[in-house]
Ligand binder design. Sequence first.
Ligand code: GDP
Length: 443
Amino acid sequence: MFDALAERLESAWKTLRGQDKISESNVQEALREVRRALLEADVNLQVVKDFVAEVQTKALGEEVVAGVRPDQQFIKLVYDELVSVMGETNIPLAEASPAPTVILMAGLQGTGKTTATAKLALHLRKENRSTLLVATDVYRPAAIDQLVTLGKQIEVPVFELGKDADPVEIARQGVERARAEGINTVIIDTAGRLQIDQNMMSELARIKETIQPHETLLVVDAMTGQEAASLTRTFHDQIGITGAILTKMDGDTRGGAALSVRRISGQPIKFIGVGEKVDALQPFYPDRMASRILGMGDVLTLVEKAQEAVDLADAEKMQEKILSAKFDFTDFLKQTRLLKNMGSLGGIMKLIPGMNKLSNEQLQQGETQLKRAESMINSMTPEERKDPDLLAGSPGRRRRIARGAGYAESDVAKLVADFQKMRSLMQQLGQGQLPMPGMFGGG
Ligand code: GDP
C-alpha cells in the first residue's frame, strides 16, 4: 500500500525519530527525496529547484505538532505547497456576458486538442451551455472531418468552410455565427504541428487578435513530461494563455506537467483528459493532483486526521501522565475517544507503516475490546475511574459495574487486571526499562 517514495522518506527520516523538530541539518535528506519524487513525476528541473528551496524555508519555520512525527509533518508540508503552487482550487471556465463566450484551443498536433474540443462541448452541455465548434485546421487532411464526426457524435454543430479557406476568416465567421444564433459558447479548434513552428504561432496570434477570445486554453499532453515546461513558456510568451487542459492523464504519468504549466505560466490547469472517449474529461483539482504527484495519499490522510484530533497541550499532559503512571480510567476513556475521532481503529492502523500487516480479524477484535472497555468505564463512579485499585479489591463494585454495562463480573475483573498490568508497564516504560509494549494485548 505504501509507495516507494513513502518508504524512502521513511528511511530518510528515521534519524529524526525521537528528535522533535525539523532542522537545517536533518531536513537535507528528505529534501533530496522530494526532489527525486518530483523529477520522477516529470516536473521540470528548474521548477523542482524552486519548489524545493521554498519547501526548505517553510520546513525550518514549522511548529511541532504533537502526535505527528516530523517526517509525516514534512510530507504534509510538501503536499500543501504542491496544492498551493497549483492554485488551491478548481478554476471554472469563463462565461462571458453577453454571449458567446469564445474559447480558443491551442497546442501541438497529437496532444488531443480536437478531442478536447469535443469533450469541452459535452461538458458545457451538462451545465446547460450550448456550443458551436469551429474547425480551422485546414492543413491536416482529416482534421475537419474528425471534428465534424465528433460533433455528430455528441450532437453539437460544427462550423467549417472547407480546407481552402483562411483559418483566421473561419474563426471570425464562426464567432459571428454563434452570436447570430444565440449560442452560449464557441470553441475554436486550431491547427497543431508536431513541433513549435513559427507559421503556426503567427497564425494562432492572428486568430486570437481577430476574435479576442475569453479563454485561450493550451492543450498539453501529460505524457510529454519535462517538455511541457518549454512548450508552455513558448505558447504563453507568444500567444498568451488563460489556462490549460492536461490530456492523457489516464496513462501512467504522475502528472508533474501540471506543476510546470502552472508555475511557468501562472495560469491554471482547468481540466484533465482521462481517456479517448468524449466524456473522459474532468475538472482539475490541485489537491488530487498533489496526492498523485507524491503518490502517497495514505500518509496525508493520517496526518490530517491527527492534526484535527490532537490538541497539543492535551497530548503533552497525557504523555506525562502515562510516563508517571498516573494514568487512570478517565484518561483511558479520553484516549479511546481520541482514537475514535481519528476514525475507526482499523482505518488508522492500516495507515501506520508496519501495522498494515494486522489482519482484519485482529483489528476488529481490538475495536470490540475498546468498545467493551468503554461501556464498563461508563458504569464506574468517578472515584472508581480514578483509582482502579478500588475495583481490584471489591467484587461487589465489579458486579455492580458488570450489571450496568451488561457484562459478566469476570469481564470487569479482567479489564481491571489488564489496566493494572498496562499501568505498571507504562511505569517501567517511563523509567526507561522496556521497549514499547503492546498496550491492549491478549483477548
Ligand atoms: P490533436 O492532433 O491535438 O487534435 O489530437 P487528437 O484530438 O486527434 O488526439 C490524438 C490522439 O490522442 C487520439 O488518438 C485521441 O484519441 C488520443 N487522446 C486524446 N485525449 C486523450 C486522453 O485524455 N487520453 C487518452 N488515452 N488518449 C487521448
